[in-house]
Design a protein around this ligand. Structure first.
Ligand SMILES: [Zn+2]
Ligand SMILES: [Zn+2]
Length: 213
């Protein structure tokens, strides 16, 4: 099995988790043996989030998508943003807020779950009034946390330890864009994302009545 950052291997990781006896849990519940908290921080692309969400639902997997209201890459208040949230809900996933510290405005779009975008250690794990902080001590410790940041697993790709049931429970942070767009390095993958955005922007311009001749 090659541990590439693509949807094929992502599906293998999910299958490995199932084979290891893990079940998909919700932030808000106390971690119990065999719980897997599958978290997606959406920094870059709603399109990638939706592609991953569709695959998960096909595989019977429920995840938590944390979306930004202050992203420079997408607008959650746009038609596209509104329809992305409703599709994520239809697919059965939880939707929380990926917040820029200290701004936590949880309106009716969000479940009371928050993860910080690029957090600093001094506030990262602090309790958040009226919301679950995915980085709180209850959910976040080096032994029970794995992240795919910049296509680099610090402790190695988790598929083997999942298949073996080697950790009592786990929170896994997966950024959909780095799995959905093609590329064998982070740089290539990000360039694929930019190319795809370029096409999307041209379509949006035409739809907005802008002449592109
Ligand atoms: Zn792997
Ligand atoms: Zn982020």
């Amino acid at each position: 099995m090659s541990c590439s950052f693509d949807l094929e291997h992502y599906a293998e990781i999910l299958e490995a988790a199932r084979a290891g006896g893990y079940r998909f849990a919700h932030f808000g519940d106390d971690p119990e043996r065999c719980d897997l908290f599958l978290r997606h921080d959406i920094d870059l692309s709603l399109e990638a989030a939706l592609a991953m969400a569709e695959l998960e639902t096909e595989l019977g997997v429920r995840a938590t998508y944390l979306l930004m209201t202050e992203s420079v890459f997408y607008n959650l208040a746009s038609v596209e943003g509104v329809s992305a949230i409703s599709r994520l809900r239809e697919l059965g996933h939880a939707v929380g807020l990926h917040a820029v510290h200290p701004n936590v405005v949880l309106d009716e779009r969000f479940d009371p779950v928050v993860s910080w975008h690029n957090p600093r250690p001094e506030y990262m794990s602090e309790e958040i009034p009226s919301a679950v902080n995915a980085y709180s001590e209850r959910y976040f410790s080096p032994e029970t946390y794995r992240s795919d940041s910049n296509q680099h697993w610090r402790a190695g790709c988790p598929h083997e330890e999942l298949r073996a049931g080697a950790v009592p429970w786990l929170q896994i942070l997966i950024h959909p864009a780095i799995w959905v767009y093609p590329g064998t390095t982070m740089g290539q993958t990000m360039r694929s994302l930019v190319e795809s955005e370029k096409k999307r922007r041209l379509i949006q311009l035409a739809e907005d009545g802008i002449v592109l001749d």
